[in-house]
Design a protein around this ligand. Structure first.
Ligand code: C5P
Length: 230
């Protein structure tokens, strides 16, 4: 039997560039599946904490990453519910602490390899919108369209601040800015899958654009390639 054609739209970029929101909106518009790859790294970090496995123990983290007991439940709500070992961790994985631990776990080559198959399994017809740091470079190098979203560190910190405030979390803007800068450095300088646009990615600077404008630009790229109309 012919394998079914499942195009991938890769949306990569640094923390807070708006990838998550844009990826979700575009996936809904196209009726495609969605992969939030950052959530997988966050889940590894959370599972490590609950199993008391230190972030320096690559072997333990690799085993965890290869056996994550997780379900993604899309009820058509604004957020996909994420269940880890029977517990709803949708909100717990979004804390800055978990994001920081995730970026440390993500710097370990073994952890990245252990998550590869799980990420690729999201590729199913009619298509996949994949959000992350290395979707276009490593996980789906054959993605049909690659977009790299970026924005100034200040603007990204402001967006994160608003998001966390809305969730009722207490954070300081200056601490967020420092955290974003530290995470950018770690993500861009790690030896495996460092954060960078794929050679054939379309780079969109979203600093002065709102969610709607970015979504329209990405959808325009999709229709220019003819894919969304199949
Ligand atoms: O995107 P999000 O902030 O949820 O990702 C959390 C962390 O996971 C990032 O800071 C990054 O270090 C790591 N990550 C990664 N590769 C991906 C997605 C996320 O290294 N594809």
């Amino acid at each position: 039997m012919e394998p079914q054609y499942s195009p991938v739209l890769a949306i990569d970029g640094p923390s807070g560039a708006g990838k998550g929101t844009i990826a979700r909106l575009v996936a809904r518009r196209l009726g495609w599946h969605l992969l939030d790859s950052g959530a997988l790294y966050r889940l590894v970090a959370l599972a490590a904490e609950s199993h008391a496995i230190g972030l320096e123990r690559e072997d333990g983290l690799v085993t965890l990453a290869g056996h994550l007991d997780v379900q993604f439940i899309d009820n058509g709500e604004a957020e996909t519910r994420i269940i880890l070992e029977g517990d709803d961790v949708t909100d717990a994985i979004r804390s800055e602490r978990c994001g920081d631990a995730a970026s440390r776990a993500a710097a370990l080559p073994g952890v990245r390899t252990a998550l590869l198959d799980r990420q690729r399994a999201f590729r199913e017809p009619p298509g996949l919108v994949a959000d992350g740091r290395d979707m276009g470079t490593v996980v789906f190098p054959d993605a049909w369209l690659k977009v790299f979203l970026t924005a100034s560190a200040e603007e990204r910190a402001k967006r994160r601040y608003k998001q966390l405030k809305q969730k009722g979390l207490n954070v300081s803007l200056s601490a967020l800015l420092e955290d974003i800068a530290a995470r950018d450095r770690r993500d861009a300088s790690r030896s495996v899958a460092p954060l960078r646009p794929a050679d054939n990615a379309v780079v969109i600077d979203t600093t002065a654009l709102d969610v709607d404008q970015v979504t329209q630009r990405v959808l325009a790229l999709v229709s220019a390639s003819g894919e969304g109309q199949k």
